[in-house]
Write a protein that binds this ligand. Sequence first.
Ligand SMILES: NC(=O)c1ccc[n+]([C@@H]2O[C@H](COP(=O)([O-])OP(=O)(O)OC[C@H]3O[C@@H](n4cnc5c(N)ncnc54)[C@H](OP(=O)(O)O)[C@@H]3O)[C@@H](O)[C@H]2O)c1
Length: 235
Amino acid sequence: MTSAFVLAPETTIAVIGAGRLGTVLAGALRAAGFDVRGPLGRTDEAPETDLAILAVPDGAIADAAATANSTKTAHLSGATALDAVDFSIHPLQTFTGTEPPEVFHGIGAAVDGRTDDDTQLARDLARALGMTPFTVDGRATYHAAASFASNFVLTVLDTAEQLATAAGVENPRETLAPLVRQTVDNWQRGGANAALTGPIARGDEATVARQREAADDKALFDALATATRALKDRA
Ligand SMILES: NC(=O)c1ccc[n+]([C@@H]2O[C@H](COP(=O)([O-])OP(=O)(O)OC[C@H]3O[C@@H](n4cnc5c(N)ncnc54)[C@H](OP(=O)(O)O)[C@@H]3O)[C@@H](O)[C@H]2O)c1
């Protein structure tokens, strides 16, 4: 009979992948008191550990899992199935590789496991890093939500920055940031429909047409304007 895997300070954890998340995660696991190896690069031999966390691109998870030398394996991907690992923890945050260990405190983490014990292990590890674990029904749907909340927001903000620069605004990011933050605060409090202001919310299509004329990327403008009209009309 195999005994249940119990997470403890003496648990040895290998972090495989020394990129954006692997670097930050290894530091945070150390700060949480675990015995950590890594982050390990692709030329490092996988050490024998209790747990290997694969912080590699989604497409490299199966290969990294095959060379891991651990009792349990986990990945950090929001969209990838559990075929190659025992469990998954997807921290719902964006990591560039320079964040301090505290970046995990208070954020959510989507967890999943092959067995109930594995899911519990994922929950325990998430909590040990200060995250709040939750489960989702559709991993791809959940991950699409994360991309809309982070990646696509950046695409929109970059367009705003370019237009502000073209209009002669000095320090466009600093100047636009308070507007962005207030918008996010309003959305968090009451949802997008209640937070929506501006010419589309006012039904001022003449102003929308002037904005469209000024915008370089008409396809992006039209797609967002159409979606924003639908948002305004939503009960
Ligand atoms: N960054 C985020 O904001 C974020 C947030 C949540 C979840 N995640 C998840 O975290 C995982 C890693 O993402 P990331 O953004 O940290 O990617 P990343 O910055 O591209 O880093 C991936 C690292 O893995 C290395 N690698 C690739 N194959 C390997 C192998 N077989 N063995 C050892 N190392 C290998 C790469 O090395 P080379 O440079 O040599 O290719 C690179 O250093 C992904 O599953 C992603 O979905 C990321």
